[in-house]
Design a protein around this ligand. Structure first.
Ligand code: HEC
Ligand code: HEC
Ligand code: HEC
Ligand code: HEC
Length: 371
């Protein structure tokens, strides 16, 4: 009898657990592709409302009155390497904005030695300078992805010292010799791949390394010769893992970009968003390699990952569940410091270009003082 009750209880709690994974209706569907292609977005208006409130942009601070011919920050301050071309008033406005975006609790001294703003001995200031350059590169050099919406420090940080969505390389699995105890990087129901058993590091191969995402053969029965498809099933699993991350990061279904009967196709069998995403992965890879990795030795050990790597960005770092970060609120254009080049007259500060062999985006129109 006791046995039976326990089993009943167990069954009841399992049912509750299973049901908890289902979403309470209503479910809404909106069509995003041609009729008959099944290209639709399925969403729940209730969870969308919560999402919307989490992705509100903060108020833009009041613009400062520019004194024509007034002094530039680079001429007044001692150690300004990136923002030298800003007017003194705009420089001060930028400092208070970045404080609100990154360290609202700690204030100016999160990055500065009290009483000596020129001092570079707090590591966060050195990181913040690189972050300024990174943000400028995104807004001025990757318009194919961020368009006129752009990003500010707030896009990733949202008032936190450390952005909520970052990634580290996972600790390699210790193998007790042979394949025993080695999970070969998969089968862990990992959160990074939507609790699937796909390879649980969907980031290192694509957001740091430049491993091919395309795995589909494009010729029927091409087993040999130049057209042969050499991609393995394991490679395809990595592609699916990273695609799950992309979808989750944007809060969309696969059909936001693909017609699922033809994942590899572009043109009419895909959406314009697929092309935007193509630039997105290349941009994210550049941010990690050109800005984050070089900061590794600047960060204290407690900020590094289990293998000693620096925290890095993925799609979720900016998007945080929205198809456009902050649902497309265009904050950046109100802050000239977020666009390149705004630099001291003597600083070379050439912005890095993408790796050779990669599509190098044409630097977009540079907006220095557009308001
Ligand atoms: C998130 C980090 C961060 C915070 C917070 C911050 N700053 Fe800065 N500050 C910087 C960086 C980076 C520079 C150097 C910019 C450059 O090289 O172009 C700088 C430079 C300065 C300078 C120029 C000093 C000199 O002589 O070279 C002043 C003044 C300044 N900040 C004031 C402030 C004030 C006031 C606050 C608080 C309202 C503040 N900062 C908050 C990162 C920060
Ligand atoms: C594309 C996303 C992104 C943008 C945009 C961005 N950051 Fe960051 N930031 C990161 C990541 C990732 C880290 C590493 C997290 C960590 O510290 O472990 C970081 C770390 C930092 C840190 C170190 C915090 C700490 O306590 O260790 C500072 C300071 C900082 N950012 C300032 C800025 C400023 C200022 C801006 C705007 C000019 C900015 N960031 C824009 C992604 C971003
Ligand atoms: C935000 C847009 C976007 C979403 C959402 C998305 N994909 Fe992709 N997908 C792409 C892009 C862009 C590529 C090509 C990447 C490249 O070439 O660097 C791609 C490539 C692929 C490929 C490889 C195609 C080939 O040429 O071999 C497959 C398979 C794939 N996606 C499946 C999926 C699945 C499954 C989902 C949902 C879990 C999904 N995608 C969600 C944009 C997206
Ligand atoms: C540095 C921040 C940042 C990162 C990282 C980032 N994005 Fe974006 N993304 C944006 C901004 C800003 C927009 C809005 C551009 C606009 O208004 O058209 C955007 C727009 C998009 C859009 C167009 C949405 C639409 O409906 O028009 C897609 C698709 C997209 N991103 C996919 C991705 C994918 C996939 C990744 C990761 C591989 C990624 N993004 C990484 C900032 C980012």
């Amino acid at each position: 009898m006791i046995m039976r009750t326990t089993i009943k209880l167990l069954l009841a709690s399992t049912a509750a657990l299973l049901l908890a994974a289902c979403e309470k209706p209503p479910i809404a569907v909106s069509q995003t592709g041609f009729r008959g292609t099944g290209m639709e977005q399925v969403y729940n208006p209730r969870t969308l409302a919560t999402q919307a409130s989490l992705n509100k942009a903060p108020e833009v601070s009041a613009a400062v009155e520019d004194v024509p011919g007034g002094p530039k920050a680079g001429a007044i301050y001692q150690n300004v390497k990136v923002l030298g071309d800003l007017s003194v008033g705009e420089f001060a406005r930028t400092m208070s904005a970045i404080t609100e975006w990154v360290a609202p609790q700690q204030g100016c001294n999160y990055c500065h030695v009290a009483g000596n703003f020129a001092d570079d001995s707090v590591y966060t200031k050195v990181v913040a300078r690189k972050m300024l350059q990174m943000t400028q590169k995104v807004n001025s050099g990757w318009k194919q992805h961020v368009a006129e919406t752009g990003v500010t420090c707030y896009t990733c940080h949202r008032g936190n010292n450390i952005p909520k969505e970052i990634w580290f390389a996972p600790q390699p699995q210790k193998s007790a010799g042979g394949s025993l105890g080695n999970d070969f990087g998969q089968n862990r129901a990992a959160k990074s791949v939507g609790l699937s058993s796909l390879p649980y590091d969907p980031f290192t191969p694509y957001f740091l390394d430049n491993k091919p995402i395309r795995v589909n053969g494009n010729q029927a029965l091409a087993m040999t010769g130049a057209a042969a498809n050499r991609s393995s099933i394991k490679q395809a699993e990595h592609t699916y893992g990273t695609m799950i991350h992309w979808s989750e990061a944007l809060g969309v279904n696969c059909t936001y970009c693909h017609n699922t009967q033809a994942f590899a196709e572009w043109g009419a069998n895909a959406t314009p968003q697929r092309a935007t995403a193509w630039y997105g992965i290349r941009m994210a890879r550049e941010l990690n390699n050109e800005y984050m990795v070089p900061l590794t030795s600047v960060f204290p050990a407690n900020r590094l990952g289990p293998t000693g790597d620096v925290a890095k960005a993925n799609c979720a770092t900016c998007h945080q569940g929205a198809y456009k970060p902050l649902y497309g609120a265009a904050m950046a254009k109100h802050y000239p410091a977020m666009y390149a080049p705004v630099k001291a007259p003597d600083a070379p500060a050439a912005l890095p270009v993408a790796d050779a062999g990669q599509a190098v985006p044409v630097a977009g129109k540079v907006e220095v003082s557009a308001k």
